[in-house]
Write a protein that binds this ligand. Structure first.
Ligand code: SF4
Length: 374
């Protein structure tokens, strides 16, 4: 059994753009949190996104220079309390594109309607339903919405401990000073007794991805491992959740949320009690850190496997890469576009007509050519 906000799947997810023609559960829908199917819940689920949309429209009104010079960090300018794994992966493809997708959310929304994105979403949903039922739960507050994720985790932890496969497992924690959220596609034990993280990527092409795409995918699963391992090691503290997400510790959970908590054996009244219950349960569980990271590529057209890739994990390298990306969000540097060697990414980019980075790059090339010929 898996709980959802009414008929909505996975409350946790956040917006993201597909990096290429590849999609996964998160990437296919471009949201870490799927949309609600009922209007009231839809509004609730879209609240955070809607809030960002309205406010970034305001940011857009501050003219293009607000992309660069501003006394507020991008975290503050875009009203972000946290970042998602999805957004960081998008950034690792092209940081400029990530910024434009926040400034022009309507372009991003159009992108999400593409057939392959929708097909990827359906494949993920059907996989998820193979092992999990959907239980609608009404929510009233932001704390209720977050509580759903924690209850889903509390429900899945004992299943995983018992050796069962679980899907859509939320993870979160503070990485390099920033609160990061994500959702792991699948966790299971292999025959060697190793805990395996499996990330499903559906592809329009019946081939393995480019090395650039593969790099992003490896970064994604690496971040999931950092977050999951931090939870089972007890490194995530209640204050991290309450303070970074600005949630009210004493908020009484809605009746629907409390009732569902009770039905899975969790007696809680307030949000703080639920956070305590989750953090104690996960850190005192038998769950080990993740042993193996794998990425499963699946062809949309033939509904068949393309191949499975074991992702390397180098924590020092991963953290260094992450620090580089977070330096933008915390206002330590300007946003960057792709390097000249990766200019091919611009060809299919939705923002290529307006991208300042490419315009500047073309100007520099023209100047260099003029200089060389004079
Ligand atoms: S045009 Fe190129 S540099 Fe600009 S946002 Fe797109 S991919 Fe990035």
């Amino acid at each position: 059994m898996f709980i959802h906000i009414n008929e909505v799947l996975y409350v946790f997810r956040e917006p993201q753009c597909p990096l290429s023609s590849e999609t996964d559960g998160e990437h296919s829908v471009n949201f870490d949190s799927p949309c609600a199917s009922t209007s009231s819940v839809h509004n609730r689920n879209e609240e955070a996104l809607g809030q960002e949309t309205v406010k970034t429209e305001t940011v857009r009104g501050l003219k293009r220079k607000s992309l660069h010079g501003n006394s507020f960090s991008p975290m503050q300018r875009f009203f972000k309390r946290h970042l998602s794994v999805t957004l960081l992966c998008e950034q690792s493809w092209c940081e400029m594109k990530t910024v434009y997708s926040l400034l022009k959310p309507f372009v991003k929304r159009r992108e999400m309607q593409r057939a392959e994105v929708q097909i990827g979403k359906e494949i993920h949903l059907s996989r998820e339903k193979e092992i999990q039922d959907v239980v609608p739960v009404d929510i009233l507050t932001r704390e209720d919405a977050e509580a759903i994720k924690l209850l889903n985790m509390l429900h899945m932890i004992p299943l995983l401990e018992a050796g069962e496969r679980v899907r859509e497992f939320p993870v979160f924690g503070v990485l390099e000073g920033v609160f990061v959220l994500g959702v792991i596609d699948e966790l299971m034990y292999n025959q060697k007794g190793e805990l395996v993280l499996n990330e499903l990527k559906t592809r329009k092409q019946n081939s393995l991805p480019s090395s650039a795409q593969d790099k992003v995918n490896c970064f994604q699963v690496g971040l999931y491992k950092l977050l999951f391992d931090g939870l089972v090691r007890g490194e995530v503290k209640k204050d991290h959740v309450l303070n970074h997400l600005k949630l009210r510790s004493g908020q009484v959970l809605g009746a629907g949320v409390q009732a569902h908590a009770k039905s899975i054996g969790v007696q809680v009244t307030t949000f703080e009690e639920l956070v305590d219950a989750l953090l104690i349960t996960v850190s005192c569980s038998d769950l080990p850190c993740i042993d193996l990271l794998q990425i499963e590529y699946y062809h949309q057209g033939s509904s068949g496997p393309i191949g499975t890739r074991v992702a390397p994990f180098d924590e020092a390298q991963l953290r260094a890469e992450l620090q580089g990306y977070l330096a933008y969000w915390t206002g330590q540097r300007e946003p960057k576009g792709v390097d000249i060697e990766e200019a091919w990414k611009c060809r299919s980019c939705l923002y290529k007509q307006t991208c300042d980075w490419t315009k500047n790059r073309l100007q520099v090339s023209d100047q260099q050519a003029a200089h060389a010929s004079s």
